[in-house]
Design a protein around this ligand. Structure first.
Ligand SMILES: [Zn+2]
Ligand SMILES: [Zn+2]
Length: 962
């Protein structure tokens, strides 16, 4: 006897019971010890930030991180699954700043003290959100929480130190002045890929767009007509320091006379000189040309301008010796598409700084680390750089140095943590030389299996091609230290382990965090002076990119690198292409740990899309545009969420809108239909005391049995194939189609008579055995996808400990019969047309008809299949008529008295069965019925089918227990 199963099921309640069962019986732990003949299969988890609550994005990425390890475990691999926490960086620091009411970065050192600040950061991340475990459990994810690693663990940080050392020794790390995005609130550089990860990190801003006039310095300044170069810019604040202008030597420029002045600009931009063609021009512009005409005086190539001098707007700063200033330089990046074909050059731009270095132009930095104009700058000193915009333009307007100004709207990047507007700033920082790794990175990318595959040649390759050198240092506090001790004499010491640092410093190391690490000094081996560590900490992306080593404390715990590296599988959303995926790949190619050349981010990479709010915007508490994930999990359960997400285009890297309806529909669809099939089986099997020890005899199988087993085999083969490719969408679509359209709608429905108590024993046992076999295989097949319902069904059917300790079905190819599958497709097609025809005739299916004719078709199917058509369409005979036309069907719709009586008998059976259901009688419990009348020749048939003891005549239909 099986545990009785109610057709009414509460999935979340069932899942709670299974969670309890798994914990009490340590099923997860047992699965880790399951026999693994195929060895290790590694997956690397991108650790989430330690505090806060999981959102749909974290649940989404957690689901495939459970599906594929379960699948691989069942296949016979050993899959290590340890949880990790990301601790370092701005998320923690910003929270502590809030808590301690720190408004400016300077206060950390001057008021609070670094030690207290770091202690607070550690305290903050030690308050691990226990909520995570609830979510992770309830989406059915198996992962080792107890032994979770943290990126702030000493062992993890030591592995990161080792990674840095490997790159440093290979000459891949350098210190230099480069331009990066910079947050003036956090006072630290920000990775461009951190900003690019989220569309919310951009904001549309209206800025002044100004065409400035720079007076050309002529050999003889005696001409009354002044000649100005026109240059366009949207950053008035850095016009305070413009030591150069750039033109494109190949572009055509013109000198024009306009009123009493001469202007030089690219020929293609002449339209800016006419007011009419410039709708954006603001009304109050002081220096517009009022529609006056200009006259072209000269036309020449930009190269003629290169080397010429101009009079600067501000010249308060001293020019470095051997450097040039206030000169026009030639650069290919200058175009005539926007502005005037002349660009102002300052240190606050990536291309600008590169040009300045190459052309020996003086580099002047006039902002401090908080974005304030330095005190010694006349007129504007002490102003926040954005505030200075207005005053700079006013000053230049007054001095007649603005040609025109209008409003310009553009998207600007914001800090991903504090949402302060970022700017590009020259930074003295530590960089990974990505340029020299590029060719290798492009080559090794070819060894990666990307899902979907287009990322390989698409977005990932593009991000490799356009990658700047990676700024890996942060002017912050809570992070792994940049492990460099730099002496005044230029000598550096870079330790690769704690032991090495202890030996060199003569001190015991307990913590690698600031401020302790900064107290460690070593003696310079070149000059003998006391040497201090550089002040920066590492970008936490170095830690994310070192996860394979950090989580295993490699190489300090001896392990064969090929056993775990690169991981077999990683998966994250599209935002990680330029972030985590990218840094993993950089580090893999920098370290080149594998001598066989397999130095890639991972062997297989799954890219998911983004789940957006109901209104298509990013999910946000402020917009209220998404249902609470905890509430939905409590309402519909984890299996349904898994089905919903694993079957949706989000697994194909497309964005989707969260939909409670689609989530709920998973229950109404496949899950409930599977459950109904299962409870149907249990009810009949228990009623007739069917025993699963009865061996299925294949030579006794009916055509319907053979067909469902062929379909099941095909399903098993195809689901295996899809999961091997990390294609959960196809796996779910096929399984759903099998359960709903084949197993339930056709096999079980056509087998109802066979399993009923009135059926003969042999056929009933056969049908029950087939249903049993299908359900057991389905539960194994579904185990990685819907672990709860699979467990429930499997345990009850087999009495074994867990479906997750089973081997994954491989499919018995002997059972595959493509011809039969094709023939049954035809049968079902015919039946569908037949039902439509009956509907047209207005004759219900319970009324038997004499004949069904299939026209223009030659009989190709077996007697057994024909019998199925007869039964399904309730006809006495099926005729085929040859012909060349379209397939068509017709019924002999004449209803004889006998047919009419048979139909009536069927109606009675149906009515009685409904009444039995209402009364709740057992399937084999006999009843007595009272009828007004009934066709006597079908009395025995009614009794048999409706399990009736006695029929008596009365003036009202009624059913009572016998
Ligand atoms: Zn910030
Ligand atoms: Zn030295």
């Amino acid at each position: 006897m099986f545990k009785p199963v109610s057709p009414k099921v509460d999935f979340p309640k069932l899942e709670e019971e299974i969670l309890k069962y798994w914990k009490e019986n340590k099923i997860f732990e047992k699965s880790l010890k399951k026999e693994a003949p195929y060895g290790n299969w590694t997956f690397l988890d991108g650790p989430p930030f330690i505090t806060g609550l999981p959102h749909y994005g974290s649940l989404l990425s957690s689901i495939p991180k459970d599906v594929f390890p379960r699948f691989k475990t069942m296949q016979g691999y050993k899959v290590r699954r340890v949880w990790g926490w990301d601790c370092h960086g701005l998320p923690a620091e910003n929270k502590v700043e809030e808590k301690l009411n720190i408004k400016r970065k300077k206060d950390i050192e001057n008021t609070i003290g670094v030690k207290k600040f770091i202690d607070e950061c550690k305290l903050y991340v030690s308050e691990v959100s226990t909520e995570w475990e609830w979510y992770v459990d309830h989406i059915g994810r198996w992962v080792d929480f107890k032994n979770a690693y943290k990126t702030m663990d000493l062992s993890y940080m030591e592995s990161v130190m080792w990674v840095f050392k490997q790159m440093y020794d290979k000459g891949l790390i350098y210190k230099g002045l480069r331009v990066t995005l910079y947050c003036p609130h956090c006072a630290t550089p920000i990775s461009n890929f951190e900003v690019a990860m989220d569309a919310d990190n951009y904001k549309e801003i209206i800025d002044p767009a100004t065409t400035y006039k720079y007076e050309l310095k002529l050999k003889s300044q005696n001409s009354k007509v002044k000649t100005y170069i026109l240059a366009w810019s949207t950053t008035p604040w850095n016009k305070i320091v413009t030591p150069a202008l750039a033109v494109n030597p190949k572009l055509t420029y013109v000198k024009v006379r306009m009123g009493t002045e001469n202007y030089i600009l690219a020929k293609d931009t002449l339209k800016i000189l006419s007011k009419k063609s410039h709708p954006e021009q603001s009304e109050g512009s002081l220096n517009d040309n009022n529609g006056k005409d200009y006259k072209i005086l000269e036309e020449f190539k930009g190269e003629k301008l290169v080397g010429k001098k101009f009079i600067p707007h501000y010249d308060y700063y001293v020019i470095d010796k051997n450097k040039k200033a206030f000169e026009i330089i030639g650069r290919d990046f200058v175009t005539a598409e926007e502005g005037t074909g002349v660009v102002t050059i300052a240190a606050y731009g990536e291309e600008d700084l590169k040009a300045m270095k190459q052309k020996s132009i003086h580099i002047e930095m006039h902002l401090d680390e908080e974005g304030t104009i330095k005190r010694d700058v006349p007129k504007f000193g002490g102003m926040y750089y954005l505030k200075a915009n207005k005053y700079v333009n006013e000053d230049l307007q007054k001095r007649g140095l603005v040609y025109k100004e209008y409003k310009y709207s553009h998207n600007v990047p914001l800090c991903w943590r504090c949402h302060t507007r970022l700017y590009y700033a020259p930074q003295n920082a530590w960089y990974v030389n990505v340029q020299i790794l590029k060719d290798k990175m492009k080559k090794t990318n070819k060894q990666v299996n990307w899902f979907p595959s287009h990322f390989q040649e698409g977005r990932f390759l593009k991000s490799l091609e356009s990658a700047p050198d990676w700024n890996i240092s942060r002017n912050r506090y809570f992070g792994s230290p940049v492990p460099v001790w730099e002496c005044e004499c230029g000598e550096r010491f870079v330790p690769g382990s704690i032991k090495e640092l202890e030996e060199k410093s003569g001190r015991k190391i307990h913590d690698l965090h600031k401020p302790e690490i900064d107290e460690i000094t070593i003696k310079c081996k070149k000059c003998g002076k006391k040497t201090y560590r550089v002040p920066e900490v590492l970008d936490s992306w170095i830690e994310a990119g070192s996860a394979s080593f950090g989580e295993r404390h490699y190489p300090f715990i001896h392990q064969n690198v090929k056993d775990f590296y690169p991981p077999d599988f990683i998966g994250e959303y599209t935002g990680q292409i330029r972030a985590w995926f990218y840094v993993l790949h950089v580090i893999a190619n920098a370290l080149e740990l594998r001598d066989d050349g397999l130095n890639t981010l991972s062997k297989n990479v799954l890219v998911e899309g983004v789940i957006l709010g109901t209104d298509g915007r990013k999910m946000s508490k402020n917009y209220g545009n998404y249902p609470d994930p905890k509430e939905l999990l409590q309402k519909y359960g984890g299996d349904a969420l898994r089905l919903y997400l694993l079957g949706s285009p989000v697994m194909n890297a497309e964005d989707i809108l969260i939909s409670e309806e689609q989530y709920r529909n998973q229950i109404k669809g496949m899950m409930l239909i599977l459950w109904n099939s299962y409870s149907f089986f249990i009810m009949y099997a228990n009623t007739v005391s069917w025993n699963c020890d009865v061996k299925l005899k294949t030579d006794e199988l009916t055509i319907l049995d053979k067909w469902i087993l062929a379909k099941l085999t095909k399903l098993v083969l195809e689901v295996n194939k899809s999961l091997e490719k990390f294609d959960s969408i196809t796996a779910i679509r096929l399984t759903e189609d099998f359960i709903i359209n084949n197993f339930s709608t056709w096999y079980i429905r056509r087998s109802r008579d066979r399993v009923s108590v009135s059926s003969d024993n042999k056929d009933r046992n056969l049908a029950l055995s087939v249903i049993y076999g299908v359900l057991v295989t389905l539960s194994k097949l579904l185990a990685p996808l819907t672990p709860f319902i699979a467990e429930e069904i499997f345990k009850n059917l087999t009495g074994e400990e867990s479906v997750h300790l089973q081997n994954y079905p491989k499919g018995d190819k002997k059972l595959l019969d493509e011809k039969l599958i094709e023939d049954m497709d035809f049968v079902r097609k015919i039946v569908k047309i037949g039902h439509a025809k009956r509907k047209e005739l207005g004759i219900k299916v319970r009324q038997p008809l004499a004949e069904f004719r299939i026209m223009n078709y030659e009989l190709r199917i077996t007697e057994e299949l024909l019998e199925l058509i007869k039964n399904e369409l309730n006809v006495k005979k099926v005729e085929f008529k040859k012909g060349k036309g379209e397939l068509a069907v017709e019924f002999d719709s004449k209803i004889t008295d006998e047919l009419k009586n048979e139909g009536e008998a069927r109606d009675i059976v149906r009515k009685v069965q409904e009444e039995r259901k209402r009364l709740g009688t057992k399937l084999d419990e006999k009843i007595n019925i009272t009828l007004m009348d009934w066709p006597r020749e079908f009395e025995e048939e009614i009794k048999r089918r409706a399990v009736v003891n006695k029929i008596q005549k009365g003036d009202k239909f009624s059913v009572e227990r016998a």
